[in-house]
Design a protein around this ligand. Structure first.
Ligand code: ACO
Length: 409
């Protein structure tokens, strides 16, 4: 507790007074050593390492190791962690039948919420959240199986057979193969595209106490099993104000494109500024960043690389996004509110170029964020001050009154 922080628990113990803070604008729910954000500077550190260095020098599984165990792995630790994760990529064959119960046109996030929660019905040796060994194996299983589940959800919607994991590929390469290979034609992962996918995973791996992470902590605080807690995170992430923003952002860009593209940006910005329109510039703004989201810068760089590799340098959607960003960043509405692009502004363009269908964007975010959710869950359970999460309320409803017989109501 520092000079700017009040320990309200002491005040509550002494006076019975508590605080009112809808949306948790000024309430810290925990101590954490995992992720640090300086929103004014636009800085993001995982365990002290700048995201810019991790994105360039480490792959996603090294980042997972860092988030879970607190340090970057050495070469042996990296190899053994990779082996361990890749050994667990298959899911129980029964999961296919569970998946088959969904409509083919179900949203992938609806499917993922169900599939992730259902893992607790299959892996009974990793459901005790208070047992460190159970938590460890649940962590490995979740990181390993998320790509398989996302790819299965995709194949199911397009009516193609599932492609089983190939464990000698990289984590991202294996995921892309499960997405794009068919029994008739194998998929040879392209290095630039695999690196881009791996970077998407790294940039989304953790982001301290956002809505879905807080949901996972709150859900886990009741002592439920790790799979159920992560399924709660998946459900929360789905919303367009959170993980669903990448899908909403690409749909927004497509709409502007269809209405005339760059020439229509002025009209669109006017709509955004009109509070009655209900229109927001998706992929812009953040609760914590009041400066450029460092992940958005890295994503824009990846966008250049991927579009260059695919010969799509003149992609009209990318041009539109860059022009929209330029105009918004010069507009006094956005300047006054310190609204900058967030990670989702460019991630959709990269994913679309790779061939990922738009409704799958948020499921890929969930895949990447799973490690952060688990690291946060582990940290919470290991905290001696951890208690079941139980917010208070200010009751503003009716005071005590008598129930009248039905004929008199
Ligand atoms: N477009 C237009 N105006 C915006 C936007 C936006 N994207 N974001 C915020 N504002 C405005 C608000 O209307 C508000 O204006 P006011 O002061 O005149 O009332 C002001 O900026 C402050 O915004 P809040 O809504 O109070 O900010 P909050 O921290 O509650 O919301 C949020 C943050 C939800 C991310 C918001 O900026 C938003 O909805 N952005 C679009 C969705 C999005 O991109 N989400 C992804 C977030 S990153 C992630 O989850 C990975």
């Amino acid at each position: 507790i520092g000079p700017d922080v009040i320990d309200i628990r002491k005040l509550y113990a002494q006076t019975g007074k508590f605080t009112y803070d809808p949306g948790f604008l000024s309430t810290a729910s925990c101590n954490s050593t995992i992720t640090y954000i300086d929103g004014d500077k636009g800085e993001l550190l995982y365990r002290g390492y700048p995201i810019e260095q991790l994105a360039v020098n480490c792959d996603y599984l090294e980042t997972c190791y860092l988030l879970l165990y607190g340090e970057l792995p050495n070469a042996d630790q990296k190899a053994s962690f990779n082996d361990r994760v890749m050994h667990h990529t298959m899911v129980n064959e029964q999961m296919q039948f569970f998946l088959r119960g969904f409509r083919r046109d179900a949203h992938p996030m609806a499917v993922m919420t169900g599939l992730v929660g259902a893992l607790s019905a299959f892996y009974h040796d990793s459901t005790d959240i208070n047992n460190p060994e159970h938590r460890e194996i649940a962590a490995i299983r979740l990181i390993a199986k998320m790509p398989t589940l996302v790819a299965m959800a995709y194949k199911y919607t397009i009516g193609q057979p599932y492609i089983y994991p190939k464990n000698d590929l990289s984590y991202a390469g294996n995921f892309m193969r499960m997405m794009f290979a068919t029994p008739c034609e194998d998929y040879k992962p392209n290095d630039v595209l695999v690196r881009a996918m791996d970077r998407i995973f790294t940039l989304h791996a953790d982001h301290e106490q956002n809505a879905s992470t807080s949901t996972v902590r709150l859900c886990g605080s009741s002592g439920t099993n790790p799979f159920a807690a992560i399924a709660a995170g998946v459900a929360c992430l789905w919303g367009p104000a959170h993980g669903g923003a990448n899908e909403a952002c690409l749909n927004m860009l497509a709409d502007i494109q269809n209405q005339g593209g760059v020439a229509k940006i002025g009209e669109f910005i006017k709509q955004v500024k009109d509070k009655n329109s209900g229109v927001k510039l998706m992929g812009f703004g953040h609760r914590v960043y009041k400066n450029y989201d460092p992940r958005a810068k890295l994503m824009r760089e990846t966008c250049h690389e991927v579009l260059g590799e695919l010969g799509l340098q003149n992609d009209p959607m990318f041009k539109l996004a860059m022009e929209l960003e330029k105009i918004a960043l010069e507009d006094e509405y956005f300047v006054a509110r310190k609204l900058y692009p967030n990670v989702d502004f460019y991630s959709g363009i990269v994913q679309r170029a790779i061939g990922i269908p738009v409704p799958l964007f948020t499921a890929i975010f969930a895949l990447a964020r799973t490690v952060g959710w688990i690291a946060q869950l582990n940290e919470m359970i290991g905290d001696p001050e951890y208690k079941i999460g139980r917010p208070r309320q200010l009751f503003v409803g009716a005071t005590s009154r008598d129930v009248k017989p039905i004929g008199q109501r």
